[in-house]
Design a protein around this ligand. Sequence first.
Ligand code: ASP
Length: 467
Amino acid sequence: MTRIHIKELHPHINSEVTLAGWVDVHRDHGKLIFIDLRDVSGKVQMVALPFNKEAHEQAGTLRNEWVIEIRGKVNKRPEKMRNDKEPNGDIEIELLEVTVLNESKTPPFEINSDTSQVDENLRLKYRYLDLRSERMQHNIKLRSEFVHIAREYLRNQNFIEIETPLLTATTPEGSRDFVVPSRLNRGKFYALPQSPQQYKQLLMTAGFERYMQLARCIRDEDLRADRGFEFTQIDLEMSFVTPDDVMRMVEDMMIHTVEKMGFTIRQKPFPRITYKEVMEKYGTDKFDMRTDEEKERRVLAYAWVIEFPFFEKTDTGAWTFTHNPFSMPIPEHVDMLLKGESVANILTTQYDLVCNGYESAGGSIRAHRRDILEATYRIMGYTKEQTEKSVGHILEAFELGTPPHGGIALGVERNIMNLTGETALREVQAFPMTRGGQTAVMENAPGELTTEQLLELGISIIKQKPT
Ligand code: ASP
């Protein structure tokens, strides 16, 4: 008999089925042995009755987390034994035959309850067990659904999905790069992408007009609850667009996606608020507009923030970009940028989508002309030579028919945190890092290289810490 999934049991009432999965709970009452079976689709209670001698004996040997296949009869539970809260609370499997596919040692923590209170290092060392828990299964499946619906939406809007390199040159996104040594070019290093920013702009030069990618971004940042070294963006870029075109595209995609998933949005169309107003009203640009009652109902309160200052001062008093050096200023301020005048007042075309206190997405219309990007770098204190070295390739592309363009990136994890109500990034990633930057399960990363590897790469390690 072919195996079916637990969520498909109802049409099989009064007939025999084959199921496979994990022992979630095992309760031995002597005569009656109850076993809750779990698979990817749900749980069901099974019972071994004493007159079914062989199955009863086999059931008695089972322990939590053993992997089993069973043959059983789907019975309707007597009225008073029904549990309306469970999808399978009205049925029960009468065990006819049990096959053990794999035994399991006692797991280091309980999987059949919420694992959020379990020690983080233990959870991550055994992440594959943690992921087996109901909450983690829910979070990861919800993430998959969100990404799937959004991607399908964009595909229907004629976006072309294009992968960009992971081994690349540094792109300024305001963080440190992770670097990768080159064996072929000893002493030289690639950078892992902080985002595909420059490549997606070059894809506009290449004439694709609408690009999208589920892009992995890697940034060497201080680890916090809502920040990891790696995260995923739904990354977009569009040619011949205004800020409004990009904002509307993302807004429609979000509304379509989250409403399809059953969530409620507080206000449509999303309100648009200037950075100045937001700071006066909330004191932060990642604000939460929900009432307590809306928080309880997990309503999604989206809003756009616009008209950010383009530049801010660093500790050393130099100007740096607030969001993205590749942005275009608002049309009225292009002249100020080109002349480098009243820098503090230049506003960028940046638009950020905020939801429930988190940044959900951020993007801008880009500079597509050499003089504009050069002016941005000049304001940031770059000489002509330094600018050329840093972004010469893209300046060159701007002189070879780059169309006006703009885009946005939507942080997958931040959005899933909002949808699940989780407050830590690691609750919505399958294999996140520990707070100490150690990889989950594979505890040997980051690890040391062998002398042979170092020699091949032409690297010698300096042990002392920089002062
Ligand atoms: N590259 C930007 C980021 O990673 C997003 C964008 O402007 O498209 O934040």
